[in-house]
Design a protein around this ligand. Structure first.
Ligand SMILES: [Zn+2]
Length: 200
């Protein structure tokens, strides 16, 4: 496996009597989820749901957007991956599909820059790199079944939804915008990010 120490977060709870699985998985306070090392994925298919895999290098972009709560312009951050692939399947098949990419399939992914959006779980060590630029970047519950890491307004601290940044026609980082006002820095982080998320 090329990335045996990549962190993969479990979507379902591990029952207390599944001692072997509990022993191989770890609790992450930041994401409020258990996680495993990629190398152990073969035993954890039943606890996974389909994921997106994003490959590095990752670029941290800064831009700005008008806050819908206080109407002031606020700086925002976005992460762009160099490529991605949705990974589906169920149970053991899903585990095998994720393993396929971590064992080498990732090398064949074509380069296509995409923003990570509606990310439900970030590896803490990656999140740390984002938070060096904005400690306001954190997980929000924006309605039912809608927990994800989002920017917050610098002035009033209201969450700024990814929809307003990436998907709305006049969003600062909408793909239909031919020359987005953004400034990027490539992050020193090569491990793929495997998470429940969307992309833009
Ligand atoms: Zn505001």
């Amino acid at each position: 496996m090329i990335f045996p120490s990549a962190k993969i977060f479990l979507s379902k709870e591990v029952p207390k009597d599944d001692l072997i699985s509990l022993d191989k998985s770890h609790w992450c306070e930041l994401n409020q989820k258990r996680w495993i090392y990629a190398v152990d994925i073969y035993s954890f298919g039943e606890y996974l749901l389909p994921k997106l895999l994003f490959k590095g290098p990752f670029t941290l972009y800064k831009s700005e957007v008008k806050c819908l709560a206080c109407y002031k312009m606020s700086p925002i951050l976005a992460i762009e991956a160099s490529g991605y692939v949705p990974i589906g399947g169920e149970d053991h098949d899903l585990a095998l599909n994720i393993a396929f990419f971590l064992e080498g399939g990732i090398k064949d992914l074509r380069s296509k820059p995409v923003y990570l959006t509606n990310v439900e779980e970030y590896p803490p060590e990656f999140l740390k790199k984002i938070r060096m630029s904005s400690f306001l970047f954190r997980k929000y519950s924006l309605g039912e079944d809608n927990d994800y890491f989002a920017n917050a307004c610098m002035h009033c601290k209201a969450p700024i939804e990814d929809f307003n940044i990436f998907y709305e026609e006049d969003g600062p980082l909408a793909r239909c915008n031919p020359s987005p006002a953004r400034h990027g820095v490539v992050l020193n982080y090569e491990t793929p990010i495997i998470c429940e998320a969307q992309f833009a």
